[in-house]
Design a binder for this molecule. Structure first.
Ligand code: DC
Length: 223
């Protein structure tokens, strides 16, 4: 069973996907982590983010391995664990440059489909999972929340990670990312068949419960 969860930055999709996968006992794939790993590699190799050819080269050379468990994704870049390193503000900002390059997207879409084919069942999360990567997914969710709420959640996460950053910086970063990510190469598309969940007033527990209800309903109507 392939379940896709798409939505804008800070919508709660990562936590929801991880918790849903854990409840279902299937793998969880964080596709943003793959874009982030390439951005980290570009930063570490001194690649200019506006130099598209160099960015594509660094993406093609990157040895990215995503280890998908039901409660975690660990990301290996060129043989080392970068799961934590890809969460910095610098990587946040650089990832938009990576995500807007179509050749890099094609490469990662192919890898994501390979992971899906290999695992058979997974909850996969990103911004194009239901629309582009797995158009025939069994179930598609689209999660959204107000930008203020998304900034608040991101801020809490970053503080918990020990990042020294203000709410206003996060809000500005999200506004910029919403803009960049809405770029024609990587539009955030809501599949017509997706179930839309506004998570502004929901706890993560409530989001996951709603998702489980939908899955249960779908199972009952299939029987
Ligand atoms: O979900 P996230 O914050 O880890 O995503 C990091 C960046 O990668 C963000 O700019 C959106 C982009 N992204 C993408 O373009 N396509 C995906 N499938 C996942 C993430």
């Amino acid at each position: 069973m392939i379940i896709t969860i798409d939505g804008p930055a800070g919508s709660g999709k990562s936590t929801a996907a991880r918790k849903l996968a854990a409840r279902l006992g299937i793998a969880y794939l964080d596709t943003g982590a793959m874009y982030r790993a390439i951005a980290l590699r570009a930063l570490e190799h001194g690649v200019r983010l506006t130099d598209v050819e160099a960015l594509v080269k660094t993406a093609l050379e990157a040895d990215i391995e995503v280890i998908c468990g039901p409660t975690f994704t660990r990301v290996m870049l060129d043989g080392r664990d970068v799961t934590e390193a890809i969460r910095s503000m610098a990587v946040n900002a650089a990832t938009s440059y990576v995500a807007r390059e179509q050749r890099i997207r094609d490469l990662l879409v192919k890898r994501q489909r390979e992971i899906g084919a290999r695992l058979g069942s997974l909850v996969t999360e990103g911004r194009d999972q239901g629309s582009v990567v797995f158009p025939h997914a069994d179930l598609k969710f689209f999660v959204d929340a107000s930008i203020e709420k998304r900034a608040e959640r991101r801020h809490q996460e970053m503080l918990a990670d020990g990042e020294n950053v203000t709410y206003d910086e996060i809000l500005a970063n999200l506004r910029e990312r919403d803009g960049n990510d809405a770029h024609q190469w990587a539009p955030l598309l809501e599949p017509a068949t997706a179930i839309h969940l506004d998570t502004t007033r929901l706890t993560i527990h409530e989001v996951v419960e709603k998702m489980l209800e939908v899955i249960q309903r779908q199972k009952s109507s299939a029987n």
